[in-house]
Design a protein around this ligand. Structure first.
Ligand code: HEC
Length: 87
């Protein structure tokens, strides 16, 4: 399917730009700990509801994270990570 191919190419380009595979610990966590501490990490006010040290939280929120993450390079890494989870 043509759309599928375009999508696959897009993912491949993102993956190449971010040196795949995207690792939660090595790629995603540093973005989140840099900006979302202390609230979404152990001891923070949002940890019980939205713990950002758990991949499931990030996968569930998906692009809702982008309300607080504006850096396009960081967004690309998160998008690539989310795309990998859907395979
Ligand atoms: C100063 C504390 C604090 C920091 C830092 C913080 N958050 Fe939050 N976050 C909250 C609180 C409190 C809420 C719940 C109220 C709201 O939605 O604003 C929340 C809610 C959210 C939600 C909505 C969750 C839902 O249930 O739909 C998202 C998405 C989110 N934060 C992402 C982020 C991201 C991404 C970062 C880092 C870039 C971040 N937050 C940093 C305190 C924080």
């Amino acid at each position: 399917m043509r759309l599928g191919l375009t999508f696959a190419l897009g993912i491949a380009m993102i993956a190449a730009a971010t040196s795949k595979p995207v690792s939660f610990e090595n790629d995603i966590t540093p973005i989140l700990t840099g900006k979302c501490q202390p609230c979404h990490f152990p001891g923070g006010t949002m940890y019980a509801k939205r713990p950002f040290d758990k991949p499931a939280t990030i996968i569930a929120l998906g692009e809702k994270l982008f309300t607080r993450i504006k850096d396009e390079k960081q967004r690309a890494i998160i998008r690539a990570y989310l795309a990998e989870q859907k395979r």
